[in-house]
Design a protein around this ligand. Structure first.
Ligand code: MG
Length: 229
């Protein structure tokens, strides 16, 4: 196992805990847009979305399957006033600036660039914390496709297992990353699929510290071996 160097962050529902009210508001906006584009009643739009979503696991993929353009999701997300649901988070900022300062941070999100910057602004996280930002605007296929993660690997040019995908959903943040050999941490709950799970996002440094300690004895052994040679 190599040392972890690069952290790939999901944004929504990961850097802040999604509240049911925020999620509901986004879905309402999504359904009403589907309803007006397909000229079907709201309830019919909701049913079609839910059915396809349960198969595909991604909102963007669902929208494409419905024959609509992916921008619909971004419009729906952006139309919701997030300041009503998310607050600045000094503890999160400190986590990045103090405990995680040695890592390289990359955003891997299905949200648009504009929506992503807006969320960082509301959380009071400086954009400069992140050396790379991969949003829905930068890829052909969003998560759960592996494309956004492949892009991140190209960006760092590191080995897959030097990366950790950190997110709140198995289907989009954990499974595609694992497929590429990227390590995974599930936040705000428990995942049977991720390499580790933490009850809150603030638990991430503890997991990384423990992985670091695990890889150290092996590194020392290698160093000792090398100096012996
Ligand atoms: Mg998420």
């Amino acid at each position: 196992m190599s040392q972890v160097k690069h952290l790939l962050w999901d944004i929504d529902g990961t850097l802040y805990r999604s509240t049911p009210k925020l999620v509901e508001a986004i879905y309402r906006e999504t359904y009403s847009r589907i309803s007006s584009r397909l000229k079907i009643p709201y309830e019919e739009a909701r049913k079609r979305f839910v059915t396809i979503y349960s198969e595909l696991g991604g909102a963007t993929a669902t929208i494409l399957k419905l024959g609509l353009s992916r921008e619909l999701i971004q419009e729906a997300v952006e139309s919701v006033d997030k300041t009503r649901y998310i607050k600045p988070d000094p503890r999160l900022r400190e986590m990045f600036e103090v405990r995680l300062r040695e890592y390289r941070h990359i955003i891997v999100t299905n949200t648009s660039k504009r929506g992503t910057f807006r969320t960082l602004e509301i959380l009071n996280l400086p954009q400069e914390i992140f050396q790379g930002i991969i949003t829905a605007d930068d890829v052909h296929r969003s998560k759960p496709d592996t494309e956004p993660f492949e892009k991140a690997l190209e960006m760092t040019r590191g080995f897959a297992d030097q990366h950790v995908s950190i997110g709140d959903r198995d289907k989009v943040d954990i499974l595609p990353a694992k497929k590429l050999g990227i390590r995974t941490i599930f936040v705000w709950g428990i995942s049977k699929l991720a390499d580790a799970s933490v009850a809150t996002v603030y638990g991430v440094p503890r997991i990384l510290d423990s992985w670091r300690r695990q890889s150290e004895p092996r590194k020392k052994l290698l160093d000792a071996h090398r100096s012996f040679m």
